[in-house]
Design a protein around this ligand. Structure first.
Ligand code: ADP
Ligand code: MG
Length: 713
């Protein structure tokens, strides 16, 4: 008897050799193979008549092979085949397909799936281009066994699988193997989702869910199948997201069970927090600070995510939290993603905190070794109260005397929370953690990646800002753009000009490179202005010197790559020119634009484009012109790039789902989260202790490794 945990090599029709091919798809057990779901379904119950086809649609057709032949054109061999249903015929075309010659002969019944279009050769006739195909019935080689399978392949909704083993394991192969395997599996699969949850969500049992996900019943709607909303697919998706959220919720509870620092807020602390304010905080800043303070007073460790668009004023809120910790006798670490940003935080901290008597130190990789050593000693002895540095630096080797609060400025470079582990002091209380991000995170991703954090949102810009004017300009109008930059500089403003690459290489030859354009602008288009250059290959010292000069207003125009995208704050800069804007991702464009519009003056963002623009790029540019709302932009970016790429790195900690899809299944995610939380509220009249234990055990054995970030104790 097969079981879910049985190795696939023992499934009928699979041996060690095929098992090795399946391994390439990550399939080792029977259960893994069950999760190898069809990527689409074909309706062969109501096949389309050739006469009903329309140009431009994807269609599946069942018909009989009439004639076929190979035509050699100057450019490539083309395989043409005519299929028919009664008197109607349809031509199928495959390019470069000499290998198809021996596959087809008249009389075969074939299923075809592909794009229907008008014939290229001027005849008013439809063709189907490069269709996927399956030979359903071949009168020349039909036998008993084949006829049995044919009942699975026609006259019903048929699952279509991605092939494996370099094409050797075809969709048809998967159908037969999986069907046979399902027949041999026990009647009931163990189901660790608590009965109360199953009842409330109306979940069908696991075995039926797998059966019907692979082999939909006759009445099933093709639309629900494609939308993954049949009872079977819903059950599998819910299950996957339920365990994910259960893991996140467990992690959250485990963290809360640790002992943290309970910061005291008495009048002196209140006064100190007010004293550092250089301006009146916005209502949003006050509200968010209160949320943070409430957490900090609790004896459980704070884990809070502060989302605020660029320029919303996160820094001062972070400094206020730091003051609370320091006034309570604790040290604070502030981690930034880059040296430039760490340095900038350090400069603001000196301006705002050192003046109030707090001791601030900076640790960066490029500092001289002796200096670093001395700074470390200050930190270990507790002299340094606020330690600012890059992520790498602080987590590596810094020993604190009494660390109470960690502030992580993630900007848009995301990592996972695990890094804080390195900072724990043996024996000490768990520090509070505040993560700040300038990337508005779409809710689906927040629930998946940061579901164990509490969230605060700074949704109000400081007063006195004028909305940025954003324009698209074609390359042919560069002269006007430089004229405009000159005028702005004359009026006392500063400008950024951003390029997608540093130096012109062979590959990106047509792109304007920052270094080359810097020379050209300095010598020609912007001659007479003070032009500076900033890019990622400069040494940290050079970068700092240039940034500082720009900040002091000694540089009028800063030519740069995306290194300035991260957190730079120069309120007098009011122009952002982005060349080859079509090359940038949406979040990146949004971040870049966030560098301006920080002062009272009208700011301008100029998106210059050159060459061919893809429809997606077009959509990005239009969105930039239309809106400045970070959440709207983030949602669109997520739609365009998908969850894996959203943060610009593939390794952003997004779980590797088997069935669920975050873009499609947001509603199911919300349900799963609610149910997972309710389960862990138990035991109660609905949920028994045994229910909880079963679910947690199942999570551990089945989903933990896959989710990576979910660590269950
Ligand atoms: P971000 O959220 O991008 O980190 P910052 O903290 O750098 O934003 O703030 C952006 C700019 O707005 C800074 O120059 C800061 O001094 C200023 N600022 C922040 N809050 C206020 C406020 N309440 N009133 C006036 N200016 C503010
Ligand atoms: Mg606390």
């Amino acid at each position: 008897m097969l079981e879910l945990s049985t190795n696939v090599q023992y499934v009928k029709g699979i041996g060690p050799r095929i098992a090795a091919m399946l391994l390439e798809k990550g399939i080792t057990t029977v259960e893994d193979l069950l999760y190898y779901l069809p990527f689409r379904y074909e309706d062969r119950l109501n096949p389309r008549g050739i006469n009903e086809l329309k140009a431009g649609e994807m269609a599946s057709v069942i018909a009989e092979v009439r004639t076929s032949g190979l035509f050699r054109t100057r450019r490539m061999p083309i395989f043409e085949m005519t299929v028919g249903q009664g008197r109607s015929t349809l031509k199928c075309i495959w390019f470069n397909a000499a290998y198809l010659q021996d596959k087809f002969h008249a009389g075969q019944l074939v299923a075809l799936y592909g794009k229907v279009d008008w014939s290229q050769r001027g005849v008013e006739r439809l063709e189907i281009l490069q269709p996927q195909f399956e030979i359903l019935h071949d009168p020349q080689e039909s036998n008993e066994e084949e006829r049995k399978w044919q009942s699975l392949e026609v006259g019903r909704i048929v699952p279509i699988y991605e092939s494996a083993g370099k094409g050797r394991l075809t969709a048809r192969w998967f159908r037969r193997i999986i069907h046979g395997m399902l027949e041999q599996l026990p009647e009931d699969f163990r189901d660790a989702i608590p009965p109360a949850v199953r009842g409330q969500m109306g979940l069908i049992d696991r075995k039926s869910a797998f059966w019907q996900a692979h082999w939909p019943e006759a009445g099933e709607s093709l639309t629900s199948l494609q939308a993954a909303r049949t009872p079977a697919l819903f059950r599998l998706i819910f299950e996957e997201l339920f365990y994910l959220e259960l893991g996140i919720e467990l992690k959250r509870r485990k963290m809360r069970a640790q002992s943290g620092v309970s910061f005291q807020i008495h009048d002196d602390v209140r006064a100190a927090v007010k004293r550092i304010l250089p301006f009146h905080p916005t209502a949003a800043q006050k509200r968010v600070l209160k949320e943070i303070v409430d957490d900090m007073r609790e004896p459980t460790p704070m884990r809070r995510l502060l989302q605020g668009d660029v320029g919303s004023g996160k820094t001062i809120v972070a400094f206020q939290a730091a003051v609370i910790a320091i006034e309570n006798g604790y040290q604070v670490a502030l981690m930034a993603p880059t040296e430039i940003l760490a340095t900038q935080h350090y400069l603001s901290a000196r301006r705002i905190l050192e003046r109030a008597g707090y001791r601030v130190v900076l640790l960066t990789g490029s500092q001289e070794a002796g200096h670093k050593k001395q700074t470390r000693r200050h930190i270990a002895q507790g002299n340094a109260q606020l330690v600012i540095g890059t992520h790498a630096l602080i987590q590596e080797s810094v020993e604190f005397d009494k660390l109470g609060l960690v502030i992580v400025d993630e900007q848009h470079r995301f990592g996972v929370m695990q890094r804080f582990k390195l900072m724990k002091k043996p024996g000490g209380a768990e520090p509070d953690v505040l993560v700040m991000t300038a990337t508005p995170i779409p809710r689906t991703l927040a629930l998946t990646l940061y579901g164990d954090l509490d969230t605060s949102v700074l949704d109000e810009l400081p007063p006195g800002r004028t909305p940025i004017k954003t324009r698209r300009v074609g390359d042919e109008r560069t002269a006007e753009v430089w004229d405009f930059v000159r005028k702005q500089v004359k009026a006392g403003r500063q400008a950024y000009v951003v390029y997608p690459v540093i130096e012109e290489g062979a590959l990106e030859g047509e792109l304007k490179a920052a270094v080359k354009m810097y020379e050209q602008l300095r010598m020609r288009d912007l001659a007479g202005l003070r032009v500076g250059l900033l890019h990622g290959r400069m040494s940290a010292d050079e970068k700092d010197t240039t940034m500082a000069a720009f900040q002091r207003g000694e540089i009028d125009v800063l030519v740069s790559t995306t290194v300035i995208e991260v957190g730079v704050d120069v309120p007098n800069a009011s122009v952002m020119v982005i060349e080859h804007a079509e090359r940038f991702g949406l979040s990146q464009l949004h971040q870049l634009r966030g560098r301006i519009g920080r002062g009272a003056a009208q700011s301008y963002c100029v998106l210059m484009t050159g060459g061919k623009i893809s429809p997606e790029a077009e959509e990005r540019l239009q969105a930039m012109v239309r809106t400045q709302d970070g959440f709207e932009i983030a949602e669109l970016d997520l739609q365009q790039r998908g969850p894996g790429e959203f943060f610009g790195t593939k390794q952003a900690g997004i779980p590797n789902f088997r069935v669920a899809n975050l873009l499609r299944d947001r509603d199911v995610l919300e349900l799963a989260r609610k149910q997972a939380r309710a389960v862990l509220e138990g035991p109660n009249e609905h949920i028994t202790q045994q229910d909880i234990t079963n679910a947690v055990m199942h999570l551990r054995s089945h989903w933990n490794r896959r989710y990576g970030l979910v660590e269950v104790g």
